[in-house]
Ligand binder design. Structure first.
Ligand code: HMG
Ligand code: MG
Length: 312
């Protein structure tokens, strides 16, 4: 067991991973207000947009407008704004916007790579090479994603070595951090640790992040398992919103509220105020006309209601 981190960085992906897959339409104003509320809660890294083909993911077509609305607040608070880019066209859009970082996204499964970005894993790596070089020349840091690290919706089990191969390639190409995505949310703590052990042989734990979807309810347990391996960066989505449009049946990411509560309970700093975060979650849940998926937010809201009733 590695030493537990004393501080965890939350990468809030709700405005991107969350809203890319919600059936309800959310305006750029609502997206911007969500991001501002997250910043007010102490979030300091927001994946705010995705410069992909609007034919593939129409929910993300207004990324530039969203960034325009939130850039001043982000700069004033030292918050990093980031966006997904699948190719040079996406990078050009990102360069014309207000992001400080971009993320390229590959997969450990061939079938998922084809469904998600219409090319093989090796072709995607070749496509990312000039994107990463051009982004770094323009002083943008580049994050790399690997999807399907704990299973694929089309192929089932994925070997940890297949994940490590893609993670190493992205890291060697200049991605400063590799986010390991359990896209289908089927992972368990022991599988998480086996996959991480394979990756840590090639990429230092400090350069790895966990990105767990919560379909089977194991995401918080997987975060706990990853903490034991020294992972200190986790992607999460406020209120647990979203999923991946090319991963049938997968639900949203682990709720940010759940990770913050877990870390608070372990004495690990996140810099995030749970109560304000839950308010941001209530805001977006209301806009989407859905219940929160965060068990922590539900418990907190029920506690608040009991306290209000006692005051009446
Ligand atoms: P393609 O059809 O092979 O691309 O799609 P193309 O180069 O042939 O272009 C087709 C059309 O798209 C053209 O327009 C291009 O101009 C346009 P047309 O001539 O037909 O009018 N186009 C673009 N438009 C705007 N921005 C761009 C762009 N690129 C091309 N950047 C492509 C290939 C990669 C574009 C497509 O497959 C795509 O956009 N895929 C994105 C899918 C996606 O966003 N998935 C969700 C994100 S990944 C995820 O959620 C997983 C993650 O959370 C981690 C995890 O959980 O595992 C990160
Ligand atoms: Mg995801």
């Amino acid at each position: 067991m590695n030493e537990l981190p004393t501080r965890v960085c939350i990468v809030e992906v709700g405005p991107r991973d969350g809203l890319q897959n919600e059936p309800s339409h959310v305006s750029a104003d609502v997206k911007a207000e969500l991001i501002e509320r997250l910043i007010d809660a102490g979030v300091r890294y927001v994946e705010a947009a995705s410069f992909v083909s609007p034919k593939w993911v129409p929910q993300m077509a207004d990324g530039a407008q969203v960034l325009e609305r939130v850039v001043n607040k982000a700069r004033a608070t030292g918050t990093t704004l980031a966006a997904l880019v699948p190719n040079m066209k996406g990078l050009e859009a990102a360069l014309a916007s207000h992001v400080a970082e971009v993320a390229v996204f590959a997969a450990a499964s061939e079938s998922f790579s084809q469904k998600n970005i219409n090319c093989s894993i090796d072709d995607s790596i070749a496509r990312f090479e000039p994107v990463i070089d051009a982004a770094r020349e323009a002083n943008l840091r580049v994050r790399g994603y690997v999807s399907c690290v704990l299973g694929c919706p089309f192929e089932g089990d994925i070997a940890p070595q297949a994940v490590a191969r893609v993670a190493k390639k992205l890291f060697d190409m200049g991605c400063y951090e590799i986010s390991l995505g359990d896209t289908i949310g089927a992972g368990t703590p022991s599988k998480t640790q086996a996959m991480l052990d394979a990756c840590i042989e090639h990429v230092p734990a400090e350069a790895l992040a966990g990105h767990f979807h919560d379909t089977w309810g194991m995401a918080a347990a997987n975060v706990h398992a990853a903490l034991q391996r020294g992972i200190a960066v986790f992607d999460s989505s406020v209120s647990g919103i979203g999923g991946c449009p090319y991963s049938p049946g997968a639900t949203g990411n682990v709720a940010t509220e759940d990770i913050v509560y877990l870390c608070d309970g372990m004495g690990i700093e996140t810099g995030i105020d749970l109560s304000k975060l839950a308010d941001a979650g209530a805001f977006i849940s209301a806009a989407l006309k859905r219940e929160t998926s965060s068990r922590v937010a539900r418990a907190l809201n029920a506690k608040r209601r009991r306290q209000e009733q006692q005051c009446i």
